[in-house]
Design a protein around this ligand. Sequence first.
Ligand SMILES: Cc1cc2nc3c(=O)[nH]c(=O)nc-3n(C[C@H](O)[C@H](O)[C@H](O)COP(=O)(O)O)c2cc1C
Length: 359
Amino acid sequence: MQKSLFEPLSFASGQTMKNRFFLAPMTNTQSHDDGCLSQEEYHWLTLRAKGGFGMTMTCASHVQANGQGFPGQLGIFDDKHLEGHLRLVSGIQAHQSLAVIQLHHAGIRSPKELIKGSPVGPSAHIKTGARAMTTKEVIELREAFVEAAIRAKKCGYNGVEIHGAHGYILAQFLSAEYNQRNDEYGGSMTNRFRIIIEIIDGIRHQCGAEFMIGLRLSPERYGIQLEEIKEFCLQLDAQKKVDFLDISLWDVFKMPEDASYASQSLLEHFSKLALFNTPWTVAGKIYSGRVAQKVIDAGVDFVCIGQAAILHQDFPLQVQQNPQFEASKLPVSATYLKEQGLSPKFIKYMRRWPNFVSD
Ligand SMILES: Cc1cc2nc3c(=O)[nH]c(=O)nc-3n(C[C@H](O)[C@H](O)[C@H](O)COP(=O)(O)O)c2cc1C
């Protein structure tokens, strides 16, 4: 029987998503310089919750000041951020959407001018001028993720997604290319993946079984090995560590870049893993109801929608009315994006994306 995009989905924590549409985490540069929520960011996200997304994820939100990756990034590293998050959570949940925050640290990818100092990472990195963290700093990083999750829980978020993808700090730890440490956080796969396991365990211990924990991973680039990521997903599944896995593909039908894995698509690599306990999602160019349906028919539990949600604040409702619904063709005008609830700052940021804004 064909799975429905409008069937609810329950997670191990007991939280239920009313449908299979998840708003992708999307940096939008609309927050205040100190990381506090702005009205523009509130407006953009609550409109998506109103537009039918069963789960509304914030942008990547930094857990330490020295992990900021973008100007106007939403923060969760200090109690001064609590008030904004409290307001955001109730605005999202008012539309029966789960409110989840993505926890992030950019590591060696933090721009020097933003963090006013040298970036840090698992190992020194000449091109970015990053220095290697001491073991004590690695522990502090782990605790910063856990403390951010505690703040998120205090504000009423249904859960967090740990950003372990796209070459940011946790992906830097996973990568044998970026991580050349010789303490217990470097070397073997167990050691390189240790920090993520410790963050998950710390959050679970502090926030309890009813708090959702998701993990975003990329299967390639930045020295990430597809086979290691698949193996890690199997381990997390067997140990029931997380509520969901979010595999970031950039194109759900993409073939692996490494020719030795190219006998099947990335989606097939993961759909054949048979994750029995862990719901999972994928992101990448899901622009229509037809493709969203195809993705869940391939065994994925829910769909992660990025650019189509920028183009249509109510993408899920549109697909509900018309299963053949297709997102507007790119590029679109700034006026169009304003009508979809983007502020001038976000529109300016979208001009950096190829062929997105026409004027
Ligand atoms: C404007 C923009 C900002 C993004 N910011 C983030 C982010 O903060 N965290 C993250 O994990 N991915 C981020 N992504 C990636 C998206 O979450 C998503 O995986 C990607 O865009 C592919 O989905 P799509 O083709 O539906 O847009 C961003 C993408 C876009 C377009």
